[in-house]
Design a protein around this ligand. Structure first.
Ligand SMILES: Cc1cc2nc3c(=O)[nH]c(=O)nc-3n(C[C@H](O)[C@H](O)[C@H](O)COP(=O)(O)OP(=O)(O)OC[C@H]3O[C@@H](n4cnc5c(N)ncnc54)[C@H](O)[C@@H]3O)c2cc1C
Length: 270
């Protein structure tokens, strides 16, 4: 049985540059890393592999240089790495991205049964948290988001029990497999590559699947298959300055300070 881990290569910076004309990310000259949440997804897959002997396949859709990110997945113990790369995949929004990833997962399933798909909770660049659920919907898998603990995997009964980290509470959920999980950082601590595995990974194959392999309608992928229009992307401007009051000893006076500030900015209905 396979565990597929979806890993996106993202810019190693919190200040992503945007092309003002095309409104897409400027990739040139920026160092790239694996999306941090995806490293936790990979670690969990490797732990399940250690426990149950499942095979781990790392998959990424991206430009040719995303191969480096996949090679790092091989270096920590992934069994196979597949880069989904083709010009027609470029400019994809989350819908078109999930179309390509779910088609690749279906193709893998034809070769060997896919039991689990592990994704990060979200990426640190696009940040939408839509791609994992998009894959689950398209492939008809159980959808378990925000997982911070995997309690039980019952391969014979094809069931998985996880804990989800919700706002102010946790939820234990059991679902049939195949299942798609999105994971949060608290799930585990990703391992480092061992020297032998890292050296070996340099010579391992990172397979490349283009659209000839996936045979998707070009109107459902890339820019053509992306109904989202980005009109503008920008970092919010932060106003400098602060309101200092003694909320402990003078709560009324401090509240007044805050209200006066909000009124002066026209932020309160009068
Ligand atoms: C019109 C339009 C054009 C765009 N053009 C581009 C472009 O040219 N280049 C560009 O970089 N971005 C582009 N984007 C952004 C693109 O939508 C997102 O990068 C992509 O769809 C993933 O969304 P996200 O980053 O919010 O992922 P999320 O939904 O936050 O990701 C959740 C999880 O899904 C998995 N995942 C997400 N993306 C991938 C991937 N590519 N491969 C493997 N696993 C993945 C990971 O496990 C990740 O943790 C464009 C967006 C729009 C709306």
């Amino acid at each position: 049985m396979l565990i597929v881990v979806c890993i996106k290569q993202v810019p190693d910076t919190t200040q992503v540059q945007i092309d003002p004309v095309t409104n897409t990310l400027v990739r040139e000259g920026i160092p790239f890393i694996a999306n941090p949440y995806d490293t936790h997804a990979l670690e969990e897959a490797l732990r399940l592999k250690d426990q149950f002997g499942m095979r781990v396949v790392a998959v990424s859709m991206g430009p040719p240089n995303a191969e480096a990110t996949l090679r790092k997945a091989l270096a920590v113990g992934a069994d196979e790495a597949i880069l989904l790369s083709d010009r027609v995949f470029g400019g994809a929004d989350t819908l078109a991205t999930s179309n390509v990833l779910s088609a690749a997962i279906k193709k893998l399933n034809e070769q060997e049964e896919v039991g689990l798909v592990l994704c990060g909770k979200q990426t640190i660049d696009g940040d939408t948290a839509q791609v994992g659920p998009g894959i689950a919907t398209r492939n008809g898998y159980s959808q378990l988001t925000l997982v911070d603990r995997v309690d039980q995997v019952d391969l014979a009964g094809k069931k998985i029990r996880v804990r989800r980290k919700l706002e102010g509470r946790h939820e234990i959920v059991e679902a049939p497999m195949p299942a798609m999980l999105t994971v949060v950082r608290e799930l585990n601590r990703p391992r480092y590559p061992t020297v032998p595995l890292r050296l070996e990974s340099e010579d391992r194959e990172v397979k490349v699947w283009n659209n000839e392999a996936l045979k998707l309608d070009v109107n459902s992928i890339g820019l053509k298959g992306s109904p989202t229009w980005v009109s503008r992307i920008f970092s919010p401007e932060r106003e400098k300055g602060e309101i200092v009051g003694d909320g402990l000893h003078d709560p009324k006076g401090t509240s007044r300070l805050l209200i006066e500030k909000l009124l002066s900015k026209d932020l309160l209905p009068v």
